[in-house]
Design a protein. Structure first.
Lengths: 477, 303
């Protein structure tokens, strides 16, 4: 009873072919890879370290419990953690071992650890490969930070942590009424330009739409692309600007409705007006080739004096530090008012706490994780961060007396001019799908002859689909 | 020594089969299971939702767009690659005419053979990065720089939705041709010399020789190439991910199922839905392979 082919000729070409096809099938990138990590771990809580609560130790940290911290290594680097925050924690708890590590792809490195319920204690969830924060909250993986914000601050036992922060910080990290995430860096957004170039040509930052287009005409005549952004990977800088205009026309509730997935929120008149105004800028003053460029390439062109206005956040100056020629002086202006009857003044800006830090609820030392955040939110912690990264933090008055660069000075001035008229949206982190659609719709609007109506219509369609999707948890603000 | 045979076979098979089941069959089975859940990739207990994911697939525009792109890829890529590879292989092996009774390639064919194979040696991601410079939309790009010398407007290879997919196909063909040149060369080398000789004596020109002799005798090899290329057309993920605007854009103009699976899984954290797409892709590929083998059945010419 033989089972091997006695006669090799049975192995015809056709059989070989069929087998080859089967092997080829297995090489398709089908879902096989996706499921590599579903079955590890269970829901049993791990043993969590806790110590005695006292005035000195309001969060009840166990003094010798090890703490694991993971920081995203991107534009901000990791020096602020290793040189400022970790030493600060170790100073307070000398017996604790702080295990620091960095990652460039947070999701790749950490997602499996969350799935198997062995997460690190404190995570800086950032970068292009960040984990879906909403999904983490939904899965109960994130520690409620109420206790941290109510604890006394490190500098002054009489003040609660939340009272040392710029208003809106706690809300920015709130999911369905509970604070889960600390957004640490404070970023202002606007249109960036080279004030040296503008001075040389006698151009001034425009305030109204008519001034803006008039100046763009002049810039165009001078052989410079008046306005541009990078379509290949940074379209969200542009939809941020469009929505900034919408909020200025119709008030911040326009954005609130969008975040809350209200019916027809994207088809509201202010959104349409803003989209129409920007579509004209794209068609008249943009450069179609920039749809194929990445943000660093367009930013470099601005440094080379080929692009006048560029929409971005206040990290821009630091990001471009290496490529900025000596004569180049970054400055930022608020998005000009589209109509004369805008609900918000011309000085109103998009500003938000960003750069997410959270504590894992199923880690070994969540109390230590919160304590680490308390050290980040101390005056020293925040000052050290700004010194090393040139980015403001959400801690009030932490940079008083610091020497800052022209871009930061300009951003700071814009923020103080805005007073309380600053706003932000959340839908991009809540619903990644809407973010992607907004990028595609914006590129169509600005580069490929899209219209405001089409823009609003397709955004509304996806927003409705997200609203109906039972697998996506909804958030409100 | 028949009695020792089973332990012997089992001893050899146990380890590879265990590895295969764990790392290939296991994940496949899990993907089918995940496709019926709403797993979001972070909890340890996915919830069963039946066929809801597949219902959503049916009304998902982007999914159908990706499927259509696979259709275009499936027609264009194998066709272009095979035609080019056949032409080059013929020129390299037979195109130089007969010399002393032996068919030779065109002048310098040994050198070309190596050059054709270069793209095959490069990792896909590197190819993507190289072509992002070749296709760059301004004067810094290789192609647009050349066009600029003639005073032509730059072509927006990746940014123009009408030509973006064709630009991607161009890269895929460029990369694949070398391998098939080698494959077809090997096939041609096995064609007996006397057939060519006889044809030459009968006064057959190069094209007659190609269509009447080379092509029919290469039929089997062509079939293998077609199946491989067809399966490759269901992939294309890496190039799209690295090269295209906005990962599959502009506006979904270059997206493929692999890209959408990746996006849904790792960016929207909808692993269940992504798995459903993976299952759909699995059936698409298997249908294609079965169809090709059936349609291309034809009697082999025995030599």
């Amino acid at each position: 009873m033989s089972i091997t082919p006695e006669n090799p000729a049975d192995l015809s070409r056709r059989t070989v072919l069929r087998r080859a096809a089967a092997v080829g099938l297995l090489a398709t990138p089908a879902a096989g890879l996706l499921s590599g990590c579903v079955s590890g771990g269970d829901d049993e809580p791990t043993e969590q370290a806790a110590g005695e609560k006292s005035a000195e130790n309001p969060l009840g940290v166990k003094e010798d419990a090890p703490l694991e911290v993971v920081i995203f290594n991107g534009g901000l680097g990791t020096k602020y953690a290793t040189d400022v925050h970790v030493p600060s924690y170790k100073k307070k708890f000398p017996k604790a071992e702080v295990k620091f590590s960095q990652a460039e792809e947070i999701a790749t490195v950490l997602q499996p650890r969350f799935t198997s319920n062995t997460p690190p204690d404190m995570v800086n969830n950032a970068g292009s490969k960040l984990m879906d924060q909403g999904a983490l909250v939904q899965a109960g993986q994130v520690q409620d930070l109420t206790e941290l914000f109510d604890a006394p601050s490190l500098d002054n036992p009489g003040t609660k942590v939340k009272d040392t922060l710029i208003p809106g910080t706690v809300e920015q990290g709130t999911f369905n009424g509970k604070p889960y995430v600390l957004n640490y860096a404070f970023t202002v957004f606007g249109l960036w330009y080279d004030s040296a170039l503008f001075e040389k040509n006698g151009w001034t930052a425009p305030k109204t739409w008519a001034d803006f287009t008039a100046l763009c005409d002049k810039i165009k005549a001078a052989g410079i692309t008046p306005y541009s952004y990078a379509g290949a990977n940074a379209a969200y800088y542009q939809y941020l600007v469009i929505l900034t205009s919408a909020a200025k026309i119709g008030g911040p509730d326009v954005l609130k409705n969008i975040d809350n997935l209200e019916d027809g929120a994207w088809q509201a008149e202010p959104v349409k007006q803003a989209a129409a105004a920007w579509a004209e800028i794209g068609a008249k003053y943009g450069n179609k080739a920039h749809l194929g460029l990445k943000h660093t390439e367009v930013q470099l062109q601005q440094n080379q004096g080929k692009v006048a206005f560029y929409p971005s956040g206040s990290w821009l100056e630091n990001e471009q530090a290496k490529d900025t020629p000596p004569g180049f002086k970054y400055a930022v202006m608020p998005v000009p008012s589209v109509t004369t009857s805008d609900k918000l003044p011309q000085t109103a800006i998009y500003a938000a706490a960003g750069e997410m830090y959270f504590v894992a609820s199923k880690g070994k030392n969540p109390r230590g994780g919160m304590e680490y955040l308390r050290h980040m939110l101390s005056k020293e912690g925040a000052k050290g961060f700004t010194e090393l990264t040139k980015v403001l933090t959400v801690v009030k008055g932490a940079v008083d007396g610091l020497e800052i660069s022209p871009g930061l000075t300009s951003g700071n001035a814009m923020l103080s001019a805005a007073g309380s008229d600053y706003f932000a949206y959340r839908f991009d982190t809540w619903y990644k799908k809407l973010d992607d659609e907004a990028r595609a719709a914006t590129n169509e609007l600005m580069f490929n002859g899209g219209t405001a109506d089409k823009f609003c219509e397709r955004m509304q369609k996806v927003a409705d689909a997200v609203k109906k999707d039972s697998s996506i948890e909804k958030f409100k603000r | 020594m028949r009695h020792g045979r089973y332990p012997f076979i089992v001893g050899f098979l146990a380890v590879p089969v265990a590895i295969y089941v764990t790392f290939v069959i296991g994940p496949y089975a899990q993907a089918f299971y995940l496709a019926t859940t709403n797993w979001r990739g972070v909890s340890a207990n996915p919830k069963f939702i039946g066929l809801e994911n597949f219902e959503r697939l049916l009304s998902d525009d982007i999914f159908w767009k990706a499927v259509r792109h696979h259709g275009v890829l499936l027609l264009a890529m194998p066709l272009l690659t095979i035609v080019l590879a056949l032409f080059f292989a013929f020129m390299l092996n037979v195109g130089g005419g007969s010399r002393g009774g032996v068919m030779t390639g065109v002048w310098g064919s040994r050198f070309y053979r190596v050059v054709f194979f270069f793209p095959q040696v490069l990792a896909v991601v590197i190819v993507g990065v190289i072509f992002s410079r070749v296709y760059a939309p301004d004067d810094s790009g290789l192609l647009n720089g050349a066009l600029g010398l003639f005073g032509l407007d730059p072509v927006l290879f990746m940014a123009n939705p009408d030509i973006a997919l064709w630009s991607i196909i161009g890269v895929l063909v460029w990369q694949a041709v070398g391998f098939y040149v080698v494959l077809f060369s090997a096939g041609m080398a096995s064609v007996p010399k006397d057939i060519y000789e006889a044809a030459t004596i009968d006064g057959a020109g190069r094209s007659a020789m190609f269509f009447r002799i080379t092509l029919p005798l290469l039929w089997d090899t062509l079939q293998v190439a077609w199946v491989y290329l067809g399966i490759a057309a269901f992939d294309a993920f890496a190039i799209v991910q690295v090269l295209s605007v906005d990962q599959g854009g502009p506006d979904g103009a270059t997206t493929v199922l692999g890209m959408e699976i990746y996006r849904n899984a790792f960016s929207y954290s909808q692993f269940g839905y992504a798995s459903a797409m993976g299952v759909a892709l699995f059936f698409l590929t298997i249908t294609f392979a079965a169809l090709t083998l059936r349609v291309s059945r034809r009697d082999t010419i025995e030599l």
